[in-house]
Write a protein that binds this ligand. Structure first.
Ligand code: C2E
Ligand code: MG
Ligand code: MG
Ligand code: MG
Length: 287
C-alpha cells in the first residue's frame, strides 16, 4: 500500500512539476539550500468573520523566493519535501515564524488565531506535540490561539498514532481543523472519533456555489452537519461578494478567499488589524 502511495505521488508531481528525476533532484538541492539562505518566507491569508467582516484568524502559507525560478508555489515543493525528510524542518520553520509573528501582533493588542498547515507525515510523528508546545512556550502564545490544519489523507495515514497525536494536541488546547474538507477519501467516522474543532470546506465546492446547484447542496449540508456537531466552519476560496453573502445567509461563520483578502506579508496584516481596531471617529458637532 505504501509503495503504491509513493509511486502515485512520484508520478503526480513528476508529471506536473518536474520533468524528470534530475530536475527533481536539483529542486531538492535548491530547497535544502533555500532553508539555510533564508529564501523561505511565510505569508498570511485573512480569515474573516462573515457577519462582522473582521479578520479573526490568518492562515500561514509558505513561500519560496527562488533566485532564478522566481516564486515557486508550495504545491510543487511540499510533496518533494515530504518524500525527502525536509518536511519536518520546513514545518518547524513555518510554525515558529508564524508564532513569533502572532506574538508580536498580540503585544500590539491583536488577539486573533493562527492556522498552520501540517503534512500527512506529521500526524504520525510522535514528537509533534512536543515540538508544537515548545514553540508556543518560546513565544508565549496560548495554545488556544493556534489551529493546526490537517487533511483527511493525513488522518487516514496511521489511525492509531493519529488518534494519539491529535489527542495530545487537543489536551494542550491546540485547535485542529480538517483542511480541504470533502476532497479526501476518509469516511465520516473520524469526525466522531477525533476531537476536531473546525472544518474548512474546500474551495472546489465554494467558488462556484452561486452557479452550481450541486456545490451549493454540498456546502449547505456540510454547514448543517458542522452545526450539529458543534464545529466551526471556514469556507475556502471565496472569490466574489455574492458567495460571501450567500455563505453568511447559510450561517457559515468564517470565510477565506481572494475576495476577502489574499495571502500577504506580516506587515500588511498589521495594517489591516490596526485599521479594524480604529474606533469610528465621532461626528463633528453641528452648530
Ligand atoms: P491550503 O492549505 O488549502 O491553502 C489554501 C490555498 O488556496 C493557498 O494556496 C491560497 O493562496 C489559495 N487560495 C486562497 N484563497 C483562494 C481563492 O479565493 N481562490 C483560489 N484559486 N485560491 C485561493 P498556496 O499558498 O499556493 O498553498 C497551496 C497548498 O500548499 C496549501 O493548500 C497547503 O496544502 C500547502 N501549503 C502551503 N503552506 C504550507 C506549509 O507551511 N506547510 C505545509 N505542510 N503545506 C503548506
Ligand atoms: Mg490549509
Ligand atoms: Mg485548503
Ligand atoms: Mg490544499
Amino acid at each position: 500500500y505504501h509503495a503504491k502511495l509513493d509511486r502515485d505521488r512520484t508520478c503526480t508531481y513528476s508529471a506536473r512539476y518536474a520533468v524528470n528525476t534530475v530536475e527533481r533532484l536539483r529542486l531538492l538541492t535548491d530547497l535544502r539550500a533555500a532553508i539555510d539562505a533564508g529564501q523561505l518566507a511565510v505569508e498570511y491569508q485573512p480569515q474573516v468573520d462573515l457577519v462582522t467582516r473582521r479578520v479573526v484568524a490568518v492562515e500561514a502559507l509558505i513561500r519560496w523566493r527562488h533566485p532564478e525560478r522566481g516564486m515557486v508555489p508550495p504545491d510543487s515543493f511540499i510533496p518533494l519535501a515530504e518524500n525527502s525528510g525536509l518536511i519536518g524542518e520546513l514545518t518547524e520553520y513555518v510554525l515558529d515564524t508564524a508564532l513569533a509573528t502572532l506574538a508580536g501582533w498580540r503585544r500590539s493588542g491583536h488577539d486573533i488565531r493562527m492556522s498552520v498547515n501540517l503534512s500527512a507525515r506529521h500526524l504520525s510523528e510522535l514528537s509533534l506535540p512536543r515540538v508544537v508546545t515548545e514553540s508556543l512556550d518560546r513565544h508565549g502564545v496560548p495554545a488556544s490561539s493556534l489551529v493546526l490544519e490537517v487533511t483527511e489523507t493525513g488522518i487516514l495515514s496511521d489511525p492509531a498514532r493519529v488518534d494519539l497525536i491529535i489527542g495530545a494536541l487537543r489536551l494542550f488546547g491546540v485547535g485542529i481543523a480538517v483542511d480541504d474538507y470533502g476532497t479526501g477519501h476518509a469516511s465520516l467516522g473520524y469526525l466522531k472519533r477525533l476531537d476536531i474543532d473546525e472544518l474548512k470546506i474546500d474551495r472546489s465546492f465554494v467558488s462556484d456555489m452561486g452557479r452550481d446547484a450541486q456545490d451549493h447542496a454540498i456546502v449547505r449540508s456540510t454547514l448543517a452537519l458542522a452545526r450539529d456537531l458543534g464545529l466551526r466552519v471556514v469556507a475556502e476560496g471565496i472569490e466574489e461578494e455574492s458567495t460571501a453573502a450567500e455563505l453568511r445567509a447559510l450561517g457559515c461563520d468564517v470565510g477565506q478567499g481572494y475576495h476577502l483578502g489574499r495571502p500577504v506579508p506580516a506587515a500588511e496584516v498589521v495594517r489591516i488589524l490596526d485599521e479594524q481596531t480604529v474606533p469610528v471617529p465621532p461626528r463633528p458637532a453641528t452648530v
